[in-house]
Design a protein around this ligand. Structure first.
Ligand code: ADE
Length: 236
């Protein structure tokens, strides 16, 4: 998958490529992340990317010309991507939205700043994305969040089994996890996990997921489609 990002803070966004699972995916050629500095697409000496809003009011607006120039360059070099704009007014990012985005071959993320972007840039945008109902100082962190969550759904980046067991997959929260030692200061690992009985372990995990979801996210629990394992876990 190819991911492009255009921002006025490329060094800030760049760190997404340098750590953990994403760095590995980049190294293994599963994802190609390229970050562009919008200021490189200005033509004035001071590389200005914002201007006063027509009609007055507070704050500055990102100018359209650098974006128009950037798109001309980008589309010519890489072809037409699926273009996302990070904004609090966008569609809320969820696991299923991320999964949908991961099925695209090529996405480009535009990071907004200041009061907003000149509306005419929206002609290039396929979809607006929000990471939650709060306003950040810019679209860089949301772009990094989009890259992170989408990457996990790109085939080969993380084990498929791991994605399926994660919170929110099938509208259930993840079950508790334990590792060695078997006991620490009186706190023990549940017996069933060391029993060697895989069926029992699976049942216990599902039961814990269901319990956690009812307690912490009843809204999710109501959406969950129950299967045979759920039914078995609920009566066990
Ligand atoms: N830009 C500022 N706030 C944002 C948010 N919550 N989601 C996406 N982009 C944003």
């Amino acid at each position: 998958m190819r991911v492009g990002v255009v921002t006025i803070f490329p060094d800030f966004v760049k760190v997404i490529k340098d750590y953990g699972v994403i760095a590995q995916a980049v190294e293994n050629g599963l994802i190609d992340i390229e970050i562009f500095n919008l200021r490189d697409f200005t033509t004035d000496k001071h590389k200005v990317v914002d201007d006063y809003p027509y009609g007055g009011g507070p704050g500055m607006v990102m100018k359209p010309e650098p974006f128009f120039r950037f798109f001309e360059f980008y589309n010519q070099k890489y072809g037409k991507p699926y273009v996302l704009l990070t904004t609090p007014q966008g569609k809320r990012l969820t696991n299923s939205f991320a999964q949908e985005l991961a099925s695209k071959e090529h996405i480009l993320i535009i990071c907004g700043r200041y009061e907003g972007i000149d509306e005419r840039v929206s002609h290039f945008v396929d979809e607006e994305v929000s990471i939650g109902d709060y306003v950040l100082t810019g679209g860089e962190l949301p772009a990094m969040v989009v890259i992170d969550v989408v990457s996990r759904f790109v085939s080969g980046v993380v084990e498929e089994e791991s994605v399926k067991n994660d919170s929110f997959y099938n509208d259930l929260l993840d079950h508790p996890h334990y590792t060695r030692p078997r006991e620490i200061e009186g706190f023990k690992v549940p017996e069933v996990l060391v029993s060697g009985n895989h069926e029992e372990v699976e049942l216990w995990r599902r039961k814990e997921s269901l319990k956690k979801t009812i307690l912490k996210r009843p809204d999710l629990f109501m959406k969950h489609a129950f299967d045979d394992l759920d039914k078995k876990a609920l009566i066990s």
